[in-house]
Design a protein around this ligand. Structure first.
Ligand code: SF4
Length: 136
């Protein structure tokens, strides 16, 4: 049984961006978006266009070639946007510290204010954390 977040006028749009990890976190978010977890009933919807997104869920250690893409996606999102680092890689690189190929997570680009811990976080962990973030 899934806990349901307080009802809003519309679901929170989630845009998921993988920036170079093992993709474990990305796959767990994909699982969360599957039929087993009723993501929309919990008040969220995954969107395919950053222009439709309220929150950016970033996974991976931010490879150097992905840094520009992160900026481009962030700028395409409407005002009120929120950035959430999902998994250890996204926060500080996790097992992929800064080096020739990666920046070592979002912290290299911006202070990480919101994050979901884990390597990877399970779909249940993800949903619980999203609901907590939605409640402020
Ligand atoms: S935090 Fe762990 S599971 Fe997630 S992308 Fe990095 S190595 Fe993979």
């Amino acid at each position: 049984m899934q806990e349901t977040a307080p009802r809003r006028e519309r679901p929170i749009g989630l845009y998921v961006l993988e920036t170079g990890g093992c993709e474990g976190c990305f796959m767990e978010i994909e699982s969360l978006n599957g039929s087993a977890f009723a993501l929309e009933q919990a008040g969220f919807v995954c969107v395919n266009d950053p222009a439709d997104a309220d929150w950016l869920l970033l996974t991976g250690a931010v490879t150097r070639v992905c840094a520009e893409m992160v900026d481009r996606v962030w700028r395409a999102m409407p005002p009120g946007r929120c950035l959430i680092a999902v998994g250890a890689c996204a926060v500080d690189g996790g097992p992929f510290p800064a080096g020739y190929a990666t920046l070592g997570g979002l912290q290299a680009l911006t202070p990480v204010r919101r994050s979901i811990a884990g390597c990877p976080p399970s779909p249940e962990d993800l949903l619980r954390a999203l609901q907590e973030l939605a409640q402020g």
